[in-house]
Design a protein around this ligand. Structure first.
Ligand code: BGC
Length: 365
């Protein structure tokens, strides 16, 4: 099992980003791939964007926002999504290199399966930026832009605890745990972050995982498939909850949160406290209707903007902004550009979405 090392928490990294944004802190710290500033490339160069799938709203938003933001920065976007199929993503990346892409942004389906496609890209002089997910077991990556994935999990775990105290009175509480797709490097990190908050409460008896399923491999949801999560919840309820209430469920994202709620409704259970991730339209509606308890918002617009900022630095032949945070990907310490995720509940939704007219409208409608 590879070792992941974080050299800085996301708050400190945010500080480093701020410094970089102010034009300071450009020397020192990690630079993308530790490479020297290169010679740059044409201002209207083709930039590839390889997305894993469009099955959750964040990826569909990324597709639209890369198109818009890369164009307005003067680049020629070449954006493809791979339908969760690794060979398809490998071929798409190879084709982007052949079509002359000067930088490729990659949200990997499986963090470990792109080594040879990315090596070929690197050998052709292409800059490679991981987007949202870590790229593993290769040195062919210049940096990863993401919302700290351990931090995201911590927020999910804490939000579950907060929701239980708010909605279910005194403990102990019966809970179940769900994880995301095991090939996605974010999924074990989300779970690890959440369990760092929940495990002490399991140990002291405040939380009871009635099924006993607490290992990531037991709780993971293959391919982030909502239908599979719903089936697992159906089975858990049938096997463990015919004579007791289920108070809360840890969910790795919004689609799975809604699948869990649907399953509980179908089984005649009261809706448990469920967290989520992505601030998807349907989950904001559900939170506003008092069903799903929370989500974690990671604004795609900001993540895309940070990525385009780094590409623009490469285009000019500059180094990428400094960041002091890195994660070992099994081969190298990859510079991580981590933005801060935000917990959203019914209580703060209007405030969080004040600058996001589309999401705000969901609260008014
Ligand atoms: C992303 C989540 C998304 C999930 C499934 C994760 O890597 O961080 O935003 O819900 O993939 O697409």
């Amino acid at each position: 099992m590879k070792r992941r090392t974080f050299t800085l928490g996301s708050a400190a990294a945010a500080g480093a980003l701020l410094l970089a944004a102010c034009g300071e802190g450009r020397s020192g710290g990690e630079t993308a791939g530790g490479e020297e500033a290169g010679s740059g490339f044409e201002a209207d160069a083709t930039i590839g964007v390889s997305l894993p799938w469009l099955g959750t709203q964040n990826w569909a938003e990324a597709q639209a926002m890369f198109e818009e933001q890369l164009k307005s920065a003067g680049f020629t976007p070449l954006i493809q999504a791979a339908d969760n199929k690794v060979p398809q993503q490998q071929q798409q990346i190879e084709a982007m290199v052949q079509q002359g892409a000067k930088a490729i942004v990659v949200g990997p389906i499986d963090g470990t399966q792109l080594g040879s496609a990315l090596k070929a890209a690197k050998d052709a002089g292409v800059r490679i930026i991981g987007y949202d997910r870590l790229i593993e077991n290769t040195d062919a990556v210049d940096g990863v832009v993401q919302f700290g994935s351990i931090r995201t999990g911590e927020l999910q775990g804490q939000s579950l605890l907060d929701g239980l105290a708010e909605r279910k009175g005194e403990g102990p509480y019966n809970i179940e745990l769900f994880g995301g797709g095991p090939a996605d490097p974010n999924a074990p990190n989300f779970f690890e972050g959440a369990m760092s908050v929940l495990q002490p409460k399991i140990d002291d008896g405040t939380l009871v995982v009635v099924s006993g399923q607490t290992d990531f491999q037991q709780v993971a949801t293959q391919d982030w498939d909502n239908g599979k999560a719903q089936s697992r919840m159906d089975s858990l309820l049938a096997a463990n909850y015919s004579d007791k209430p289920l108070d809360g469920v840890l969910s790795p994202n919004d689609g799975i949160a809604r699948a869990i709620i649907t399953s509980c409704k179908g089984a005649g259970q009261d809706i448990p406290v469920v967290d989520g991730l992505d601030a998807e339209t349907e989950s904001i509606k559900s939170i506003w209707a008092g069903e799903q308890y929370s989500t974690v918002h990671k604004p795609t617009k900001d993540l895309v903007a940070k990525t385009v900022e780094i590409i623009t630095a490469f285009q000019k032949g500059e180094e990428a902004p400094a960041t002091e945070e890195s994660e070992n990907n099994g081969v190298i310490d990859v510079p991580i550009y981590a933005l801060d995720p935000i917990v959203v509940t019914e209580a703060n939704a209007e405030e969080v979405f004040a600058d996001d007219p589309d999401r705000l409208a969901l609260l008014e409608g």
